[in-house]
Design a protein around this ligand. Structure first.
Ligand code: MLC
Ligand code: AMP
Length: 512
């Protein structure tokens, strides 16, 4: 018997292959039978291209039914799916090619020739194909029409996907998620959120992170229920689809942007059963405004690439603003000090988790993996939290130096290294401060050698080197960076100093 996660999915699809899976406004609907057939076709095609069990397939493609089927095809044939953000530049892609050593790299249509050269310079053995319907020689154009493909035998511990999550020292780490991880977390969530046979999921998230790829899609797929599949988040389009849906999952920015829409009210949400938020903190203000406008209390949950979901507010029972609820069934969570001492309820410490959802380790980084696990198997998340006497968890901060902007993680170190290379910069510190749209906005605080460092100069230096969403929204010049007695930059003090930068409209860009 196989423990391939895909066999659980096909079992669900098989109950009615005619059921709509993906509802797309400008294309035909795709049924679960279509996804099943297309995944077999992709698997057969990848096999011809040389992909074998355990080989990595690096994927940087726009959201589409074909992209979903490609993911399923990888599961089906036992290849390891490695999705990356479509906003990454070629310079960033080079790292993922180098690190994951894929047998196949599937990219967008337009960038194929450039990326083929890039891949070739890194590893000649990597085959590059665009996914596109258009490109000659694209993956779809070379499909051989196979409609069946035996599901590869996989054990629960075998790796199904690698999700890159940036490292605090700049190098991205690939979190290896097993078939067992995917299966346990999705089965738990379908049950915990009581997924219904007649649920319709409003899906406007990207599908290269765990939120959109695993949490949202797996819940819908395990019950073979439809997804309204939107390519990107547009508040007008999402609001227009709310009456057709029963569940929505989103990052807090989705909710704040929807609150700005005048049509958002109880009537618009009349068919909704559940609004779920995660990937970044949902403020109590957004929670309360949403409740009063729509009558729905948003269910906040907490997770990460390494673990998928760890905790959730209850479906039935009190959803408390500013908390992420209780550890999910089968997941153990505790709050510990830096040295690993387990703390009393109410004390602030790092959340540590253990369970069948917790990843197998970082791809080719055994030391890093060992560092982030306790000897008794708990994974150290790096998130600071308290737990009350009932087990309810509230996240209060992060031990890791990381900014979460619109649900994307940005690692200051990655930017600081580049800023410090600028001849006009003496030193820099990158921080996140409250931002009305993105939750946190990236600010580069720089100490110039002589002349002020302008936003334009920073933008020019970063162009093509890192994705635009990571780039500072504001550059601030200061005479010196605050340091403690050990000489370490005090980012808390900078965060405090510039806390009103995006909320105070009179703030000057370089006027610190
Ligand atoms: C886009 N931009 C951002 C940004 N997204 N800037 C900062 N932070 C972001 N998150 C910038 C672009 O670079 C561009 O800048 C401009 O905004 C317009 O780009 P866009 O693509 O049109 O933006 P928009 O569609 O408005 O995107 C915003 C968003 C999107 C919030 C809808 O970022 C998004 O879908 N976020 C979800 C991320 C997510 O899925 N996270 C899950 C991680 S999993 P310029 O300068 O070029 O104009 C995880 C685990 C868990 O964390 O628990 O779930
Ligand atoms: P990623 O590495 O992209 O998977 O991001 C995971 C990180 O997102 C976690 O470690 C948390 O810091 C953050 N996160 C996810 N959900 C929440 C939440 N509900 N509240 C606060 N932070 C969250």
């Amino acid at each position: 018997m196989t423990e391939n996660f895909f066999s659980l999915l096909t079992y669900a699809f098989g109950r009615d292959l005619e059921r709509p899976a993906l509802l797309i406004s400008d294309r035909r609907d795709f049924s679960y039978g279509d996804l099943d057939r297309m995944s077999a076709e992709f698997a057969a095609t990848m096999m011809v291209l040389g992909v074998r069990v355990d080989d990595r397939v690096l994927v940087q493609v726009e959201k589409s039914p074909e992209a979903v089927a490609l993911y399923l095809g990888c599961l089906r044939m036992g290849a390891v799916y490695v999705p990356i953000n479509t906003a990454y530049t070629a310079a960033e892609v080079a790292y993922f090619l180098e690190d994951s050593r894929p047998t196949l790299f599937v990219c967008g249509v337009t960038d194929e020739p450039d990326l083929e050269k890039l891949a070739d310079s890194i590893n000649e053995a990597t085959v590059v194909r665009s996914l596109g319907v258009l490109g000659e020689g694209s993956l779809i154009a070379t499909m051989d029409g196979a409609t069946s493909f035996d599901i590869a035998v996989r054990r629960s511990a075998d790796i199904a996907a690698i999700l890159y999550t940036s490292g605090t020292t700049g190098r991205s780490k690939g979190a290896m998620l097993s078939h067992g991880n995917l299966a346990s977390n999705s089965v738990t969530l379908v049950d915990y959120w009581s997924w219904q046979d007649d649920d319709v999921l409003l899906h406007a998230l990207p599908i290269f992170h765990v939120h959109g790829l695993f949490i949202a899609m797996h819940c819908a797929m395990l019950k073979a229920t439809p997804m309204i599949f939107l390519n990107g988040f547009d508040a007008v389009a999402v609001a227009a689809q709310i009456p057709n849906a029963t569940v929505m999952m989103g990052v807090p920015t989705f909710y704040t942007r929807l609150l700005a829409r005048p049509e958002l009210d109880r009537e618009l949400c009349r068919n909704m059963r559940l609004f779920i938020s995660g990937s970044a903190p949902l403020t109590a203000r957004t929670f309360e405004s949403w409740a009063s406008r729509t009558g729905h209390r948003i269910l906040e949950r907490y997770g990460m690439s390494e673990t998928m979901m760890n905790t959730s507010n209850p479906l039935i029972g009190n959803r408390v603003a500013g908390t992420v609820g209780f550890s999910l069934p089968g997941v153990a969570a505790r709050i510990a000090s830096e040295s690993g001492e387990i703390l009393e309820s109410g004390e602030v410490g790092v959340i540590e988790v253990k369970g069948p959802n917790v990843f197998a380790g970082y791809w080719q980084m055994p030391e890093k993996t060992t560092e982030e696990f306790r000897p008794d198997g708990y994974f150290i998340t790096g998130d600071l939290a308290t737990m009350d006497t009932e087990g309810r968890i509230s996240i209060v901060g992060r031990e890791k130096d990381m900014v979460i902007s619109g649900g994307y993680n940005i690692y200051p170190k990655e930017l600081e290294v580049l800023l410090d290379e600028m001849p006009e910069v003496l030193e820099s510190a990158v921080i996140g401060v409250p931002h009305p749209d993105f939750g946190e906005g990236v600010v580069a605080v720089v100490v110039p050698h002589t002349d002020q460092v302008t936003s334009a100069a920073v933008a020019e230096m970063l162009a093509g080197r890192i994705a635009r969403f990571k780039q500072p929204k504001v550059v601030v010049n200061v005479a010196e960076l605050p340091r403690n007695a050990m000489g370490k930059v005090q980012k808390n003090s900078l965060r405090q100093q510039f806390s009103a930068l995006f909320t105070d409209t009179d703030a000057e860009e370089t006027g610190a």
